[in-house]
Design a protein around this ligand. Structure first.
Ligand code: ZN
Length: 133
């Protein structure tokens, strides 16, 4: 089941514009940038204790994050919980009646297996499960 907060995803128009706020002003440890092709985003990672802040910059206009920004503006995009076993957690969520966007795990940033719950099931908080060890 859920072990911890893994990360908070924040939708941004430009990582370059915001990186100094997180790294220099807040003093968080910047640990790198990665392109996640599947989701058409560039992701910047910052460590906060056991958890991370992930800045998500769309790499294309048809990226889900671009659509999010067009609709709601920049800001908190999703909350990710770290779980022990992602396949088991998906089954548990479905058994509990939650609607999943991903019925099977898929590859997310950092080579972690992830799955999203449907916002209709989570009172509009886009929620991700991620398996991390
Ligand atoms: Zn995430």
């Amino acid at each position: 089941m859920i072990k911890k907060i893994s990360h908070i995803g924040i939708a941004v128009k430009s990582i370059d514009e915001q990186i100094s706020y997180y790294r220099d002003d807040l003093g968080l440890k910047f640990t790198g940038i990665e392109i996640v092709k599947d989701q058409k985003v560039k992701v910047a990672f910052f460590e906060v204790g056991e958890a991370r802040i992930e800045l998500l910059e769309p790499t294309s206009e048809d990226s889900p994050v671009a659509k999010f920004i067009n609709k709601k503006g920049e800001g908190i995009h999703h909350l990710a919980y770290g779980v022990e076993n992602i396949s088991e957690s998906i089954k548990e969520m479905e058994k509990a009646g939650e609607k999943m966007i991903d019925h099977k795990p898929r590859m997310g940033a950092g080579n972690h297996q992830i799955a999203f719950l449907h916002p209709k099931s989570t009172f509009h908080v886009l929620t991700e499960l991620t398996e991390e060890h």
